[in-house]
Design a binder for this molecule. Sequence first.
Ligand SMILES: O=C(O)[C@H]1O[C@H](OP(=O)(O)OP(=O)(O)OC[C@H]2O[C@@H](n3ccc(=O)[nH]c3=O)[C@H](O)[C@@H]2O)[C@H](O)[C@@H](O)[C@H]1O
Length: 434
Amino acid sequence: MSMSSHLDDTPSTPGKFKIDKSPYLHRTRLTYASFTKLGIFFFLAAILVFFLHSPSSSSLRSDPTRRSLRTSDWGGLAWEKQLRTSAKIRRTGGFSVLVTGAAGFVGTHVSLALKRRGDGVVGVDNFNSYYDPTLKRARQELLEKAGVFVVEGDINDSALLRKFFEVVAFSHVMHLAAQAGVRYAMENPGSYVHSNIAGFVNLLEVCKDANPQPAIVWASSSSVYGLNKKVPFSESDRTDQPASLYAATKKAGEEIAHTYNHIYGLSLTGLRFFTVYGPWGRPDMAYFFFTKDILKGKQIPIFEAPNHGTVARDFTYIDDIVKGCVSSLDTSEKSTGSGGRKRGPAQLRVFNLGNTSPVPVRDLVGILERLLKLKANKKVLTLPRNGDVQFTHANISFAQRELGYKPTTDLQTGLKKFVKWYLSYYGSGKKSSV
Ligand SMILES: O=C(O)[C@H]1O[C@H](OP(=O)(O)OP(=O)(O)OC[C@H]2O[C@@H](n3ccc(=O)[nH]c3=O)[C@H](O)[C@@H]2O)[C@H](O)[C@@H](O)[C@H]1O
């Protein structure tokens, strides 16, 4: 079975973004001699008109890649007003948070939780087609109804990110934009480098220059434990044996975070999420497409390790993850630098956010069968060598101590909520709320 069968075409990749140099200045030099005085006048006037009509002309000149990275219009006074309104803090001591990947699964839930308690939230998302973008648009609709403005744009677009900080002095960044999925990394490695490495560095570059610098909380992954055999996985365990490029890019993110913390005094907290599931989830994940395929009577591939070894995951319910994200923001210390200069040591943390109760994939299917009242058409396959690891299991004592993190939803309860959402969203064709 092709691993991409649950996905839509391809996401944005660096290959799609042609880094074409701005033609304007170059062309001026080449043709200068051949212009008549009148010609020069009209030519320069045309350039002036172009720049005056461009919403953020100064950044266009300083970043030739922006035009090709740009996915939709942004800028202008009305747009800036929308940003300010969305970022407005409505509680004492509240935050203004820039959420990247806001139309993603975790991004949507975290943005809603922050907005509900009175924080200001602005979202950014590139709405790529790794999975059905209409689901992302439906999440965006939900966010807009709650008063969260989601800008369509890519985290590699420095001009856009700089504009955000020009308009709003964000106190925090919740960085959730990423190329997710373990197995897809073999099909489209470039998209992992583009989002998880280049995009993250671009974001950190903008954050370190901001004044004040924001505190940053970002999504790492349980996959960084790779071939680690010691269970449960603790933050201090070795993470130098990634089994997929996805894991390698998340691990690289953790090293990059260290560097920006060390050089620029950015406050950084990485969260190692363990197989997050729930309503409004990602269609590329097993629990999601198993549900879809069981309903359709389609065969589902269930992986097992060699010699009938159990494959298991520490499935973690979205509401528990949201609490972990919000507590991470709440306990983040301020960055210590400003305008690209470090002024003292800053906070650097990594936490496991798991459920600390691994469940075999076979049991996951059993729960879905009971909830859907249907028998699955199962095909047991040996775990392919495509980046999957045999099991994950989080030790959460560090997060418990520092964040007060305490997951409360078991897989049965969480899947019940997911199935209810799934049936209301896809079954009736009507959009439901979280
Ligand atoms: O914790 C993470 O950091 C990661 O969690 C998630 O990865 P995984 O734990 O691999 O979740 P997911 O694909 O749902 O497979 C679940 C189980 O089903 C098994 N599986 C999968 C596919 C299949 O066809 N058959 C099957 O048995 C499979 O072997 C596995 O045991 C996120 O997708 C990832 O982005 C990242 O965030």
